[in-house]
Design a protein around this ligand. Structure first.
Ligand SMILES: [Zn+2]
Length: 205
């Protein structure tokens, strides 16, 4: 029985690396995978999932209009698909999460989604909200704050390196503008408008 998985985390927890490893594991056994990533993510060029440790895979792109169930059904008819993997799944719409659950339930193809749980304001992303609600398996990929606690929150930094928690939700692009911290240090950083609580007097180089 296929299942819908949501692998979620803060930034820089190795989501893309985990996705590429899973895809490779299927391919190693002679099975075919379909990899998707959000069109908004142009960090590494269009149509590609890349990890920070140097692995990469071609990927189909999705935006809010993409009919994922229809595309996957067409690919599956052409040549059997054994697993679908979706990076940046926080950008899926409610309808697209539903469509992916249809792929699992009606086509019996496992769907593995990887993405951020919350934005830099601490609010759920739309895609993540429905994946949290409907996925069969929720798996947290952990990363740590500088204090050693689990880092579940994302801080957005302005050009001067000061954290802020207002503005557009889109969290994409240079990793240097976002850091993952624990909830306690997220609150302190927002309250103080600086990273002093996290790094003390000294910011790392
Ligand atoms: Zn901390």
């Amino acid at each position: 029985m296929a299942q819908l998985y949501f692998y979620y985390s803060a930034m820089n927890a190795g989501k893309s690396t985990a996705l590429l490893q899973s895809s490779y594991n299927y391919q190693e056994r002679g099975m075919r995978t379909l990899v998707y990533t959000a069109e908004i993510d142009d960090r590494f060029g269009a149509g590609k999932v890349s990890s920070r440790i140097g692995l990469s895979s071609p990927a189909a792109l999705f935006n809010a209009q993409t009919r994922l169930d229809e595309e996957i059904a067409a690919e599956h008819a052409r040549q059997p698909v054994h697993c679908v993997l979706v990076d940046e799944c926080q950008f899926l719409t409610r309808d697209q999460v539903k469509a992916l659950s249809d792929v699992v339930d009606n086509m019996d193809i496992p769907v593995l989604c990887y993405g951020l749980r919350t934005d830099f304001r601490g609010e759920l992303f739309g895609g993540s909200q429905y994946l949290l609600a409907w996925a069969d398996k929720l798996v947290e990929l952990k990363t740590v704050c500088h204090c050693g606690r689990k880092a579940g929150m994302v801080l957005r930094l302005d050009a001067e390196g000061r954290p802020f928690s207002e503005g557009e939700q889109v969290v994409i692009g240079g990793n240097e503008r976002y850091i993952s911290v624990c909830r306690k240090h997220y609150k302190q950083a927002i309250e103080q408008g600086s990273l002093a609580a996290i790094y003390g007097q000294h910011k790392p180089a």
